[in-house]
Design a protein around this ligand. Sequence first.
Ligand SMILES: Cc1cc2nc3c(=O)[nH]c(=O)nc-3n(C[C@H](O)[C@H](O)[C@H](O)COP(=O)(O)O)c2cc1C
Length: 389
Amino acid sequence: MDKVTISDAVKYIGVDDTDLDLFEGQYIIPNGVSYNSYVILDEKTAVMDTVDARKSKEWFENLKAALDGRTVDYLVISHLEPDHASNVKALADAYPDAKLVLSVKAKAMLPQFFDIENLEERAIAVKEGDTLELGAHKLTFVMAPMVHWPEVMVEYESTEKILFSADGFGKFGALSADEDWTCEARRYYFNIVGKYGAPVQTLLKKAAGLDIQTICPLHGPILKENLEYYIDKYNTWSSYEPEDEGVLVASASIHGNTRKAAEKMAEILKEKGAAKVAFTDLTRDDMAEAVEDAFRYSKLVLCAASYDGGVFPPMEDFLNRLAHKSYQKRKVAMIENGSWAPTAKRAMTGMLEGMKNLSICENNVTIMSVMKDKDIAAMETLADELLSE
Ligand SMILES: Cc1cc2nc3c(=O)[nH]c(=O)nc-3n(C[C@H](O)[C@H](O)[C@H](O)COP(=O)(O)O)c2cc1C
């Protein structure tokens, strides 16, 4: 915590969590995650969100140290997800004079999580553009519904030009981890916020009207420099445009023959000059990273075994996840494998049909059990079609 510095008046009081097995019950986090929280010390004090219940003790210690004997005047609640709001009641109880500042929707949702006495008197429900004076510092509230919960708001502090961006611009990885921002921010974005591109675009348009010098998200590092880079990434991601020209080859193989064909396809694509070819084994690799790469690149090759009159479940799972996250605007090729009545292509096509603006190749390939020379020739044709504009 000591190394995270924002300013004399704005203190970081968040915590790292380095031994959580799965974030949101499904995402591996090899380098942990941080639950960020901040306190603004002015004539009035404002705590900006709390943290996950796993780290309550450490967070309260950080809070007390930062307050240095002062009390909490306001707790600003950007949204109610438990990884940030778990300590709302604990703080409300520990500081009975603190007011809870939250969106109108958050106020309505709060009793689902906590029974807070005198909520009517304690809550300040804010709307778009409302402000809160703390002294020299002033918060302006900007509603961000469905980024990625309905009650979300972000806060802009105009004296120091800080955007408290809720889960926006967050990433996996504890603050103690020394790692690249983009990879883990992209994996976080597409798997957690991905479905809500349009609300993110709306928020970005509002943010464009603010003079922002620092972004304080609820996960990951505080962003102080080169903010255009991060905002530009969010613009690309939330508009569902490919970030990089390239192909993700995704393989779902039972006994290994489909995987061999997938690897051959990756080789062919490289030989034919694909800008970048990424590969994922959907039976073993991180599914969240596969989703991330599907959005990152402009093209996708689905290689799957037939299974019980449908498609091998790891591929079904992958496509289901892509559908959840509004996968769109990409070119897709398919290679299916089967031993008696191949059905993978039909099943995959059915799942792709519900997605917007996909261009599906015509020369998709069917392999019967083991890849033959004629299959390789067919894959060459498919690669040409996929790489053509
Ligand atoms: C449980 C199970 C169900 C299968 N269902 C089908 C099927 O419906 N149609 C078909 O043609 N092949 C089916 N197969 C066969 C595989 O799709 C086929 O052997 C394929 O070549 C396997 O490729 P792989 O070596 O990549 O696993 C099934 C195999 C298993 C194990």
